[in-house]
Design a protein around this ligand. Sequence first.
Ligand SMILES: Cc1cc2nc3c(=O)[nH]c(=O)nc-3n(C[C@H](O)[C@H](O)[C@H](O)COP(=O)(O)O)c2cc1C
Length: 232
Amino acid sequence: MKRFLSIIMTCVLVYGLIGCGSAKTAGEDPSSDSERTAASSAESRQPGERKSQEASGAEDVGADNSEPEKIGTKALVVYFSTTGNTKSVAEALAKMQDADLYEIVPEQPYTDEDLNYNDSSSRATAEQNDENARPAISGGIDHMDDYDVVYVGFPIWWGDMPRILLTFFDTYDFSGKMIVPFCTSGSSGISQAVSSIGELEPSATVAEGLRASTSNPEEELTKWLTEIGLAK
Ligand SMILES: Cc1cc2nc3c(=O)[nH]c(=O)nc-3n(C[C@H](O)[C@H](O)[C@H](O)COP(=O)(O)O)c2cc1C
């Protein structure tokens, strides 16, 4: 009887030990479960993607850990145009150079009367005769720092660029940038405007300008861009 009881006790003891062991196996390591959850949520983010604010508990104070945008590799085509001639050249140029496009829009639009160069008291004539005139521009360029080549197009007014271009050059810092002027006109060339820009922006490189004809801008733009080393 004693022997029978000791066999029963031994069985109970062995069963108990096996039971404890199998409970640990079934539950596996609880810490490995949470590790896997964390790993899978990290895997589902793209490189550089931020965790949500709720998940990180962090307050966004403006720090951006995502991949920085490339600075200084983009080109911008800026233009001023009252009757559309310079605009069409600017659009063709922006397309060819894969550049952003920005129109200088006067806060006070020019009417036909304003543009009458036969009238010595018209707005355009008065502005051009006043070297301090700086007609206001509506809106602006948010990220000028992004651009290292800035094409600037305008009509020729009395042999030079319209005064609103001076407002534009006064507004931004062109240090270290390349300014590439182009124009349209009845017949006048761009050389006076190019030297005016050089005087205004001594810290920039001013490229050889182009007086474009609007009839076939692509061909002359390609020739010019090749000559100044900016052809794509
Ligand atoms: C006020 C004014 C002055 C101008 N002065 C000249 C000039 O000195 N020489 C010239 O060849 N064309 C002159 N033009 C003609 C313009 O340069 C030409 O029409 C130009 O292509 C207009 O461009 P847009 O349509 O982009 O404004 C003048 C035009 C205006 C309105």
